[in-house]
Ligand binder design. Structure first.
Ligand code: ADP
Ligand code: MG
Length: 283
């Protein structure tokens, strides 16, 4: 079964004046259908304002479609009785770790989610320990979150979601505010959640490099899905990506430019290792 399914989803933001009269309507999501299967690693790309966050908020019932339907683990997100079930199945991590961490101590913070769900105390502590270990943050369990780096804070936020035992985690530009090392650590942790814990990952990002390990990439433009495919299929289309105002990974671009200048290379090279291997075949 699909863990997240969207059918013909439209979402309109309605702008009103002081008296409440409608001033304008903005279609932020415009006819999106997609199927995400349990265990997949999905990346969603798109320039600013293309509708990524609005779509993501439909995946754990923060927003409901104006038209169309979203199902999470088979449950219609409009079904109010399923709200907590849906929020527990599909956890969300946002851009700014400072807005997500509320505990004074790391381990307390991670325990809040399961505590709110009514998990028995003994099990809460087991989940906190397990989640912090998975995210490589166990040794900081007694620390104050304020003293951690951005990347460490973000891993604590992810641990907090993980402690709710979700089937799916949606991350909306989780690395946008981090330095390169923090970004790497967070992406490594997210990949491990997918590989080892088999959690479905939906990663929204504008860093192309972070998407090359995805099973599938969706590219959004103007509220619509403009491209979809494997990373290799997507990054083979350098000109199409440029026309959607997106960059391609540096190494892919380098390979593309070399190919244009006559070097015999395949399309859609994603890593330096691949490029080196292909170049060593050339003479
Ligand atoms: P992205 O995450 O890809 O940058 P968003 O989903 O945030 O895109 O935004 C899509 C469009 O909806 C943009 O034009 C944005 O200005 C608009 N928008 C986003 N949030 C709101 C809001 N709360 N009220 C009105 N318009 C919004
Ligand atoms: Mg956004």
């Amino acid at each position: 079964m699909e863990i997240v399914k969207a059918k013909d989803v439209v979402y309109e933001y309605i702008r009103r004046d002081e008296e409440g009269n409608i001033e304008g309507i903005l279609k932020a999501v415009d006819g999106v259908s997609l199927d995400i299967r349990q265990g997949q690693f999905i990346a969603i790309l798109g320039h600013n304002g293309s509708g990524k966050s609005t779509l993501a908020k439909h995946m754990n019932a923060i927003l409901y479609p104006t038209e169309g339907t979203v199902w999470v683990d088979g449950k219609d997100t409009k079904d109010e009785e399923e709200l907590w079930n849906i929020r527990q199945t599909a956890g969300m991590v946002f851009q700014n770790p400072d807005n997500q961490i509320i505990g004074q101590v790391v381990e307390e913070d991670v325990g809040f989610g399961p505590e709110n769900m009514g998990v028995p105390t003994k099990e809460i502590w087991e989940r906190v320990e397990e989640s912090l270990k998975v995210l490589g943050m166990y040794k900081y369990r007694k620390h104050s979150p304020n003293k951690l780096s951005g990347g460490q804070k973000q891993r604590v936020s992810i641990a907090g979601v993980l402690a709710m035992h979700p089937k799916c985690i949606i991350l909306d530009e989780p690395t946008a505010m981090l330095d390169p090392n923090g970004r790497k650590d967070v992406i490594r942790a997210v990949r491990a959640l997918n590989d080892v814990e088999k959690i479905t990952i939906i990663l929204i990002t504008h860093y192309m490099e972070e998407t090359i390990y995805a099973d599938k990439v969706f590219v959004m433009d103007d509220g619509k899905i403009a491209m979809q495919g494997t990373p290799r299929e997507i990054f083979s289309q350098v000109d199409a990506l440029k026309s959607l105002r997106l960059d391609v990974p540096q190494v892919t671009l380098l390979a593309y430019e070399l190919k244009k200048r006559g070097v015999d290379l395949p399309d859609g090279i994603l890593t330096i290792e691949e490029l080196v291997k292909e170049l060593s075949k050339c003479h």
